[in-house]
Design a protein around this ligand. Structure first.
Ligand code: GRF
Length: 193
């Protein structure tokens, strides 16, 4: 059974979807811990599903590297087979990526390599594109630059706000993420750098 750690910063709706999928007895992976870089609203989903969680507040550390070292210590308690970044709004330090790569994946609300970074939805709207997308990638030490594992186009509508477009993208992200975790767990998908 593949063990999974999920890292979040926000509402955790993608985490919730993964928790729901993993609660089915036939799902080949289980979430063993949820971590956050702040007191994230999404931690409530871990509690609701009886999954342990931890918080490593970014602001409590002098620098990204020190934060990353504590994050690694917390993750090592659980020795997860796979780490899923699902709304973690932090770049991981290179040492952390090197320690776990390629077993770290990330969801991104754009059709990478289009619109990488923290504002993929806003950037797609600003660019005036008629379609954007959702992607699941292997995390490398760049910004949303790792190998693409799954992605799907999502239409942009004339009157879309950032929120409306993001809420249309998220269900696609969730479906792609759950499928990628399932395929990694069954060995159908082997992660590479
Ligand atoms: C997701 O779209 C994720 O790809 C992006 O931030 C959003 C997090 O949403 N990095 P949620 O916290 O899962 O609701």
């Amino acid at each position: 059974m593949l063990t999974v750690a999920v890292l979040i910063s926000g509402s955790g709706s993608n985490l919730r979807a993964l928790l729901e999928a993993a609660s089915h007895p036939d799902f080949p992976a289980r979430i063993v811990v949820v971590g956050a870089d702040r007191d994230a609203e999404g931690l409530a989903h871990a509690e609701a599903f009886g999954i342990p969680s931890f918080t490593v507040p970014f602001r409590s550390f002098d620098n990204r590297e020190a934060w990353g070292e504590e994050l690694a210590r917390q993750l090592d308690v659980w020795t997860p087979d796979l780490i899923v970044l699902s709304g973690l709004m932090r770049l991981l330090p290179a040492a952390l990526v090197a320690r776990y790569a390629p077993q770290i994946i990330n969801t991104h609300p754009a059709y990478l390599p289009e619109f990488p970074g923290a504002h993929g939805v806003r950037d797609a709207l600003a660019a005036g594109v008629t379609q954007t997308g959702a992607s699941v990638i292997v995390v490398d030490d760049g910004v949303d630059s790792g190998p693409i594992l799954a992605q799907e186009r999502v239409p942009v509508q004339e009157d879309d706000t950032e929120h409306a477009l993001h809420e249309r993208i998220k269900p696609v992200e969730r479906r792609l993420l759950i499928d990628v975790v399932r395929r990694v767990a069954t060995g159908e998908l082997v992660l590479t750098h």
